[in-house]
Design a protein around this ligand. Structure first.
Ligand code: SF4
Length: 283
């Protein structure tokens, strides 16, 4: 069997889940509730570190209710007062001081306009974001892609797990590299591999949609214990209107036909079955 391509994975996911992402100002896949989408995006990207999205939305709602979801408002709050609002997320004391510092940075350097910061040239923005507190490579890239519209592919644990299991080119002979390689290396590999094949989508749209699709298949099927043959997990992870339409599907994972892990599981099960039958035969 030929190894699957990233494009084949993307095409199958898109056919299964339909399009999930729209531009930030219209209907982004990243749920937005307030009227400062760029800052909310950055806040959510920090809050979601080591945390389920449900808890992030809880905190976003609290910040909105307290009228704190803007750099200008947030910079005026004491970290000690912000901490309790963030309690549902992991490492909330550190995230409280991190968010407060981010707000101060945006107020001082960009007159409180996060969109102006995110509109900086890609490499300059990446260096600037990575120098800020609570921002590592994944948080940086997800903010640049969904908040700033920059063409960067986001590599998260879902991406690594999915690709290591499905086993697409160019690492078809060493699928563990999707786990083992450093962040920037995996991102570069994906961006270079996706640069040539067919998708007639601009990189920003392609990367944003592909990441959303990866997230969806990993939440529904490719969990730590995969649900290859279904049914999908019915977890509701966002309160945003329309998200429940994601839960309609009742069938199995759309990647079964091209997935290395699934093929090997089937093969192992068949071997166990045939050796079991042999063991069951009368001597
Ligand atoms: S077939 Fe199973 S292991 Fe493969 S991607 Fe789907 S859920 Fe994951």
């Amino acid at each position: 069997m030929t190894s699957p391509t990233l494009e084949a994975i993307y095409t199958r996911l898109l056919a299964h889940f339909s399009r999930l992402h729209g531009p930030l100002a219209v209907r982004p896949w990243w749920p937005i509730f307030g009227d400062d989408p760029a800052f909310e995006m950055l806040v959510g990207a920090v809050l979601v570190q080591q945390t389920r999205w449900e808890a992030v939305e809880q905190v976003v709602q609290r910040l909105l209710a307290a009228d704190l979801l803007s750099p200008v408002a947030l910079v005026q709050v004491e970290v000690a007062d912000l901490g309790p609002l963030l309690r549902p997320v992991a490492f909330y004391p550190q995230k409280a001081s991190g968010l407060r510092a981010l707000a101060a940075y945006i107020v001082t350097g960009y007159q409180g306009r996060t969109a102006t910061l995110l509109a900086r040239p890609l490499e300059e923005l990446r260096a600037e974001l990575l120098a800020l507190p609570r921002i590592g490579p994944e948080t940086c890239d997800v903010t640049m892609l969904y908040g700033g519209g920059h063409p960067v592919f986001v590599v998260d644990a879902y991406t690594r797990r999915l690709f290591a299991r499905v086993g697409p080119a160019p690492h078809q002979h060493e699928p563990e590299r999707w786990w083992r390689d450093r962040y920037a290396q995996v991102r570069q590999t994906i961006e270079v591999t996706l640069a040539h094949p067919v998708p007639a989508e601009p990189p920003v749209a392609l990367y944003a949609e592909f990441h959303a699709q990866i997230n969806e298949v990993c939440v529904r099927y490719c969990l730590a214990r995969p649900r290859c043959d279904g049914p999908p997990s019915r977890r509701v992870y966002s309160r945003q209107d329309g998200r429940e339409s994601y839960l309609d599907r009742a069938d199995g994972c759309p990647l079964r036909e091209i997935c290395r892990y699934y093929r090997e599981e089937q093969h192992d099960a068949a071997s166990r079955g045939s050796s079991g039958r042999k063991r069951g035969k009368p001597a």
